[in-house]
Structure formats: structure tokens, C-alpha cells
Design a protein around this ligand. Structure first.
Ligand code: PGA
Length: 250
């Protein structure tokens, strides 16, 4: 049975005290969510987010993870560090990391393996640039990203992977993919996973849509057959809007 998952991606927003207030507000408004809810927050906010969500059904995620277990990697954070705080999920391969921080298909794959080895679930982000869509390369780009990211990931480990389809042109732009556009690529991802693994893995896989999902468009996107949740940036910082999205994911 595939799970509906609504995840907030706070990006580089909220100091620890602000994070405590925001996470508490989200917990208060969502005492018994009908889907899985995850707050992916900056590293320095993880403690506060964990404290605020304690005893609730809301899970906490990080926004990145390093591939090594430990060592001389100044400024990086390991899986063991995240696990000890009680982090349940980690976003890997977000387009902002691919665009601004040199993330490649290879480093995405290495980070995924580190997360799985640490017992942390992965939200793998894939998606095409606007120019790639215009050139008719969406399928090619998304297929390459998914295949490379999952290289060497076992069938059993696929139970700990969520894939978020995030067209880069829709992120933070207010330009949402139409529900048909989003459904088409989410279905393509599921089909690809079926080819790489098997039908059960594909059926059980949670495929999220992300990119300007908000309180107004969430219900329509989430009603699509192959869209099993959302990765939400801007709207996840607004407790009322985020709650509307959570309630739309039944
Ligand atoms: P957005 O961001 O909802 O602000 O477009 C989504 C994301 O980057 O995950």
C-alpha cells in the first residue's frame, strides 16, 4: 500500500526559535493527519523541530546529508549525526543543490546510500529545467536522474525511498505544472521504477509532486492517480496553508 506523504521543505528559512514556533503551530493545527507529514528543516533547527513534534504524528527531515561516515569534510553533516537526533527523512538531490552547490547524479547516489545505511528515509528530487522541457527532453532528463540516483539501491531499500518530481521551472516561481503535466511525469517515474525493480516496488512507491504547490492547487494535483503527496517549499512556512494541503491529501 503506497503512502501519501506531505513534506515541507523549509530551505534556508527560520532560526531555531522561529522553527520551534512554526513546528509547534503546524503540530497544533494537525493533531491527527490522515497522511504522513514531514517537516524538512535546516540542520540547526532539527533539535527544535524534534522537540516541537514529540508525541505527535509529524516526522522531521533534514535537507542534505554527506556520503561519508565521518572525517575531514568541514561543514558537512553525517548520517549518524542525523540519526542520533531522530531524523526520519532526508531530502537528496534538490534542484537548488544541483544548480548552486555542484550536486551531480553521482553525489546524489552516494548520499542516498549513506542515508539508507544510516536508517534514514530518502526524498529523492528529480526534475527538468525549463529549456529541457521546451526541447522535449523531460523524459530523458528525469529518467537519467532516477536511474543514476538508484544505481545499486536494493529492492528492499526501495521501501525507504520517496521520489519527488519537481520541474525546476515550477519551483518558487508560482508557475505550477498542470495536474496533467505533473501526472504524466509521476507516472513515467513509476513506470521506470517498475522496469528497474518490479511491479510491487512501483505500486508501493510514493511519488510526490513539488513546485509551487499551494493551498489552492493542492487538491487537484493530489487527486491524480500517480501523485502521492507533495514536497512544498513556500507554502510549508505558512501553517494555515500547509494544513490545507495536508487535509487535501487523503
Ligand atoms: P516551492 O518549492 O513550493 O516554493 O515551489 C518546492 C521545493 O523546492 O521543494
Amino acid at each position: 500500500m503506497r503512502k501519501m506523504i506531505i513534506a515541507g521543505n523549509w530551505k534556508m528559512n527560520k532560526t531555531p526559535s522561529e522553527a520551534a514556533a512554526l513546528a509547534s503551530a503546524i503540530v497544533e493545527k494537525n493533531p491527527s493527519p490522515e497522511c504522513e507529514v514531514v517537516l524538512c528543516v535546516p540542520f540547526v533547527d532539527l533539535f527544535e523541530a524534534k522537540k516541537a513534534t514529540e508525541g505527535s504524528k509529524i516526522k522531521v527531515g533534514a535537507e542534505n546529508i554527506h556520503w561519508a561516515e565521518s572525517g575531514a569534510f568541514t561543514g558537512e553533516i553525517s548520517g549518524a549525526m542525523l540519526k542520533e537526533i531522530g531524523v526520519d527523512y532526508v531530502i537528496i538531490g534538490h534542484s537548488e543543490r544541483r544548480q548552486y552547490f555542484g550536486e551531480t547524479d553521482e553525489t546524489v547516489n552516494a548520499r542516498i546510500k549513506a542515508a539508507l545505511n544510516s536508517g534514514i528515509k530518502v526524498i529523492l528530487c528529480v526534475g527538468e529545467l525549463e529549456a529541457e522541457r521546451e526541447d522535449g527532453k523531460t523524459e530523458e532528463v528525469v529518467s537519467r536522474q532516477v536511474k543514476a540516483a538508484l544505481e545499486g539501491v536494493s529492492t528492499e531499500d526501495m521501501a525507504n525511498i520517496v521520489i519527488a518530481y519537481e520541474p525546476v521551472w515550477a519551483i518558487g516561481t508560482g508557475k505550477t505544472a498542470t495536474s496533467q503535466q505533473a501526472e504524466e511525469v509521476c507516472a513515467l517515474i513509476r513506470d521506470l521504477v517498475k522496469g528497474l525493480y518490479n511491479e510491487t516496488v512501483a505500486d508501493d512507491l510514493t511519488v510526490q509532486y513539488g513546485g509551487s504547490m499551494n493551498a489552492k492547487n493542492a487538491a487537484e494535483l493530489l487527486a491524480m492517480k500517480d501523485i502521492d503527496g507533495g514536497l512544498i517549499g513556500g507554502a510549508s512556512l505558512k501553517p494555515d496553508d500547509f494544513t490545507v494541503i495536508i487535509n487535501a491529501a487523503k
